[in-house]
Ligand binder design. Sequence first.
Ligand SMILES: C[S@@+](CC[C@H](N)C(=O)[O-])C[C@H]1O[C@@H](n2cnc3c(N)ncnc32)[C@H](O)[C@@H]1O
Length: 177
Amino acid sequence: MMMNKKQSNIDFRCMSFFFKIRDKFHPPIEKIRKASIKHGEIVLDYGCGSGSYTIAAVEKVGPNGKIIAADIHPLALEKVRKKAEKIGYHNVETIQTDCATGLDDKCIDKVMCFDVFHDIPHKNDILKEFHRVLKPNSILSFDDHHMNEDEIIDFITSKGLFKLAEKKDKQYNFIKI
Ligand SMILES: C[S@@+](CC[C@H](N)C(=O)[O-])C[C@H]1O[C@@H](n2cnc3c(N)ncnc32)[C@H](O)[C@@H]1O
């Protein structure tokens, strides 16, 4: 399987700083609402970065739900763990991976894949992994401002694994087939 290289630590820190500013203008909770994340759900935040959406989602799922934050970069997972600890959430798990999550089949209610897909060379493998871990009829919530709408819809739907359920601004909710 083709793997992509993780960023340098300095690049990761610069990106995290940029996301702090981004989040002031675009509060992460907006994407969580568009993904229709609900109380009690188990959510995989794939390519979680510094955890903007992980933390917003954990507030939404509450103590009966869980967020699994996955990233290729160890600093991402360290940041997510620290943020979760600071606000006293114990229902955030982290996985370091570039594709395989090691999760059970059909255990996830929602996958969030925000601003990461463009960077992944082995896109088909990642899609298969999302399909494997999602429960039947569950949602892959997707956005990537580096890809245009046709590319996104074509890529995600053309393998027969997902179909488009709804589009909310530039965020797409695909349903597992
Ligand atoms: C541009 S950041 C987006 C972070 C977060 N989703 C957000 O929007 O705030 C992309 C993240 O994906 C991670 N990443 C890149 N390739 C990956 C892969 N193959 N598997 C898991 N994470 C990956 C990077 O380390 C980085 O943290």
